[in-house]
Each structure stands twice: as structure tokens, then as C-alpha cells.
Design a protein around this ligand. Structure first.
Ligand SMILES: *[C@@H]1O[C@H](CO)[C@@H](O)[C@H](O)[C@H]1NC(C)=O
Ligand SMILES: *[C@@H]1O[C@H](CO)[C@@H](O)[C@H](O)[C@H]1NC(C)=O
Ligand SMILES: *[C@@H]1O[C@H](CO)[C@@H](O)[C@H](O)[C@H]1NC(C)=O
Ligand SMILES: *[C@@H]1O[C@H](CO)[C@@H](O)[C@H](O)[C@H]1NC(C)=O
Ligand SMILES: *[C@@H]1O[C@H](CO)[C@@H](O)[C@H](O)[C@H]1NC(C)=O
Ligand SMILES: *[C@@H]1O[C@H](CO)[C@@H](O)[C@H](O)[C@H]1NC(C)=O
Ligand SMILES: *[C@@H]1O[C@H](CO)[C@@H](O)[C@H](O)[C@H]1NC(C)=O
Ligand SMILES: *[C@@H]1O[C@H](CO)[C@@H](O)[C@H](O)[C@H]1NC(C)=O
Length: 285
């Protein structure tokens, strides 16, 4: 009697465990969760089995075998037919310290998850910790896009007694990384660094623009992003934000791997100290 009751309890327990575990297992076999994604509603819809959908599928399926520019940036476009109306354009960007295989797999995951999540939208964008993927029916190469914005949250506050000094150190670090990233050239616009703040805090920060931006546009995008620090990050020990064209993040711990950032080819492709304006602004029409 006792043992059959025990058996019943044991079986109930097993059943309970299965019910709890199964959804998690299913979730794990699906796509990793986005940090943030955005189905852009006002840029048009496509219908099931349309040429646009076919083009999007083809473009996405080419990702795993694309090499990008060798520094984590992918500029893709596809149109099966003659009509440019249904052409799909996409940009993929990985964090500068992400290895090529991880980069491709992050972009592959994000692109499929995005097209599934935003199933009838011509334009969509999504971010993971390691990468961003954006597609549209308009050319997005070389265009500064500051919306949508997503705030990277950290709920912990810097203690009041040191917050002014912390903010100063943070601002100084970000501004120096901004100029390093913006002047990084056409392959990569990415910089990481650290700085000491009061209270024995070390601030680690990362800034990045898509490398198709002009230096000036990268600077502007980041200026504008830093302008949101009072909203996203005021007095926080960590924070940042992501946008289609630029992003930054800071923490009081090292969240990147400085040893895996591949060196850029040298010497730099642009001539030194020649402040001539570029006349080759890419057009988006
Ligand atoms: C993108 O699609 C929208 C909605 O269908 C359309 O109004 C717009 O002209 C298209 N853009 C381009 C560049 O084809
Ligand atoms: C696109 O579809 C959404 C619903 O998914 C609808 O609310 C929206 O009005 C549509 N946009 C256009 C431009 O047709
Ligand atoms: C799209 O194609 C699939 C298979 O080719 C079919 O099952 C589905 O009904 C089609 N959907 C529409 C809306 O035509
Ligand atoms: C790309 O993602 C799709 C959908 O998740 C998956 O089926 C495929 O195996 C992935 N390819 C690579 C090379 O990771
Ligand atoms: C990026 O892609 C666009 C088409 O979307 C193409 O016109 C342009 O030449 C590409 N730029 C580079 C540097 O590959
Ligand atoms: C951080 O500070 C804000 C306002 O300055 C306050 O609302 C919030 O509760 C604080 N958070 C913690 C975790 O102390
Ligand atoms: C902090 O930055 C310095 C260069 O400014 C670098 O040498 C050092 O490795 C960095 N420390 C960490 C932990 O990233
Ligand atoms: C970062 O700050 C939090 C909150 O003040 C603290 O608990 C944590 O120990 C700090 N981490 C490091 C590596 O200093």
C-alpha cells in the first residue's frame, strides 16, 4: 500500500517535471531571444508567396556562405527578377570583437528570427548582443538611421557621492572612443577601452558605427546617441543604446574581448591629415 502510494507520487513528480521541462526544451531548440526587434510598420507589407518574399528568402539563405567585408560588416542585396521593385537590401553588423563564425551564425539566426517574427513587413531590424540585422526594400547602405532606438538597461545606480566624477570619466572615455571609431575607415568603425572613475571603479566601454557611414555621420550619430545618456543611463553603473547606424555600451566590468579584435590592414587607406570633404556620398534612391 505504502509503496504503491509512493509510486503514484513518484510518477506524478515525473509528470510534473516533464510538463515544466518540455516548454524549455522547445524554447531552446528555437531561435535565441532577441535583445530587441522592430517590425517597421509604415514602410509597407508584402504578401505570402510574393516575389519580395522569395527575394528575401534567397537573400537570407545566402548569409551562411557570405563573407562580409572581413570585419563583421555585411552589405547584401538580392533581386531575382528584372524588376527593381522587389529588390531586398540588407545590412548586418557584428560587434567588433566577435569571431567570423560566431558573427555569421548570429546574423543567420537573427535574420531568420526576424523574417519569421515580422512575417509580412518589408522592413525590419533586430539586435542580439553580438550582432544587428536590418533589411528593407530601399537601399540602406551609407544612410544614417537613428531610429528605432533601444536602451540597454542596468538597474544599478552609481552611489550619489561619486556620480559627478563617474559621469565625467564616462563622458571622456566615450568621446575618445567616438573619435577612434569614427576615424576607423571604411572597413570598421569600432572602439573599446576602459577608464578609471572615482570609487575604484573601472568603466569599460564600446562604441560602434556601421562602417558604411562617413566619419562625420558616425560622429553625428554618436553625438546624438550620447545626448540620450540622461534618458537611458543617468547615474547607472552600466547602460547604453543601440540604433541602426550606431551604438554604445558601458559597464563596470569587461564585457568584450580585446584580444579577439582583428587588426585593420595598415597603412590606413585614406591619406593622413587631408580634410577634403568626400564627394562620394552614396545615394539611397
Ligand atoms: C517599398 O515598399 C513601399 C510599400 O510597398 C513602397 O511605397 C515604396 O515605394 C517601396 N520602396 C522602394 C524603394 O521601392
Ligand atoms: C500593413 O499591415 C498591417 C497589419 O499587419 C496594417 O496595420 C498596415 O496598415 C499595413 N500597412 C500598409 C501600408 O498597408
Ligand atoms: C503559398 O505557397 C504555399 C506552398 O507553395 C501554399 O501552401 C500557400 O497556400 C500559399 N499561400 C498563399 C497565400 O498563396
Ligand atoms: C541558419 O539558420 C537556419 C534557421 O535557423 C538554420 O536552419 C541553418 O542551419 C542555419 N545555418 C547555419 C550555417 O548556421
Ligand atoms: C552595398 O550594396 C549596395 C546595394 O545595396 C551596392 O550598390 C553597393 O555597391 C554595395 N557597397 C559595397 C561597398 O559593397
Ligand atoms: C536608482 O536611482 C533612481 C533615481 O535616481 C531611483 O528611482 C531608483 O530606485 C534607484 N535604483 C536603485 C536600484 O537603487
Ligand atoms: C584597459 O585599457 C588599457 C589601454 O588603455 C589596456 O592596455 C588594458 O588592457 C585595458 N584593460 C582591460 C582589462 O581591458
Ligand atoms: C559593478 O557594480 C555593481 C553595483 O555597484 C557591484 O555590485 C559590482 O560588484 C561591480 N562589479 C565590479 C566588477 O566591480
Amino acid at each position: 500500500m505504502d509503496s504503491s502510494r509512493f509510486l503514484l507520487m513518484f510518477l506524478s513528480f515525473i509528470l510534473f517535471v516533464m510538463i515544466i521541462m518540455i516548454p524549455q526544451t522547445l524554447a531552446q531548440s528555437g531561435y535565441p531571444a532577441f535583445l530587441y526587434n522592430f517590425c517597421i510598420n509604415d514602410k509597407g507589407n508584402y504578401t505570402a508567396n510574393s516575389t519580395y518574399q522569395e527575394n528575401l528568402k534567397t537573400l537570407l539563405s545566402s548569409l551562411p556562405t557570405s563573407n562580409g567585408n572581413g570585419y563583421g560588416f555585411y552589405n547584401l542585396s538580392y533581386s531575382g527578377g528584372e524588376s527593381s521593385e522587389d529588390r531586398v537590401y540588407a545590412i548586418g553588423l557584428c560587434r567588433g570583437d566577435v569571431q567570423p563564425d560566431d558573427c555569421r551564425s548570429c546574423l543567420n539566426d537573427s535574420s531568420y528570427a526576424l523574417s519569421e517574427h515580422c512575417s509580412n513587413k518589408k522592413e525590419a531590424i533586430g539586435w542580439y548582443e553580438n550582432c544587428m540585422f536590418h533589411y528593407s526594400n530601399r537601399s540602406i547602405y551609407g544612410i544614417t538611421e537613428t531610429r528605432p532606438t533601444y536602451y540597454l538597461g542596468n538597474t544599478k545606480n552609481v552611489s550619489l557621492s561619486i556620480v559627478d566624477g563617474f559621469n565625467q570619466a564616462l563622458r571622456k572615455l566615450l568621446v575618445s572612443l567616438q573619435s577612434e571609431a569614427a576615424s576607423g575607415g571604411s572597413l570598421r568603425k569600432f572602439a573599446i577601452g576602459n577608464a578609471s572613475a572615482p570609487g575604484s571603479i573601472t568603466i569599460y566601454a564600446l562604441v560602434q558605427c556601421t562602417p558604411d557611414l562617413l566619419e562625420r555621420d558616425c560622429n553625428d550619430c554618436l553625438d546624438d546617441a550620447f545626448g540620450e545618456i540622461p534618458s537611458c543611463c543617468d547615474g547607472k553603473i552600466g547602460g547604453g543604446l543601440v540604433r541602426p547606424s550606431c551604438n554604445f555600451r558601458y559597464e563596470n566590468y569587461s564585457f568584450f574581448d580585446a584580444t579577439t579584435v582583428p587588426p585593420l590592414p595598415s597603412p590606413p587607406l585614406s591619406p593622413p591629415i587631408s580634410p577634403q570633404p568626400s564627394s562620394t556620398t552614396p545615394t539611397g534612391i
